[in-house]
Design a protein around this ligand. Structure first.
Ligand code: FES
Length: 126
């Protein structure tokens, strides 16, 4: 017969908390109310494409063509790479107008697609 002992309170306090699960952030497209989640390692465009969703147009994937331009209208985001200044000025970026392939959510976000909404379902990535 095995017995288990309840740890003394001082032992409980010294136990490290369990690691937090990967945080995923919700991204909502304001024009369609479509919602998807981004993994911690994903920019907003990757998260959409991974799930086979449509909405944000997909182009060069490296911040150069400007086709994925969106406005973050609610929530926080972080820059993941260079954005072409031909498509997003510093002033626009400061207002949350970004390229979805170069911006990752750092909270739940609402975004507005500024270009033409993509009509066809994305078929693959990379
Ligand atoms: S896909 Fe070209 S700038 Fe984002």
């Amino acid at each position: 017969m095995t017995t288990q002992q309840t740890p003394a309170p001082e032992e409980v306090d010294s136990i490290d908390p369990a690691p937090a699960p990967d945080k995923r952030y919700r991204v909502k497209l304001t024009q369609t109310n479509e919602v998807y989640e981004c993994l911690p390692c994903e920019n907003m465009l990757q998260g959409m494409a991974r799930l086979g969703r449509r909405g944000i147009p997909i182009g060069c994937l490296n911040g150069g063509c400007g086709i994925c331009k969106v406005a973050v209208v609610a929530g926080e985001w972080e820059k993941t790479g260079l954005m072409s200044r031909a498509h997003v000025s510093e002033e626009e970026e400061a207002r949350g107008i970004v390229l979805a392939c170069r911006a990752a959510p750092s909270s739940d976000v609402d975004i507005e697609v500024l270009g033409k909404m993509q009509k066809s379902v994305f078929k693959g990535w990379g």
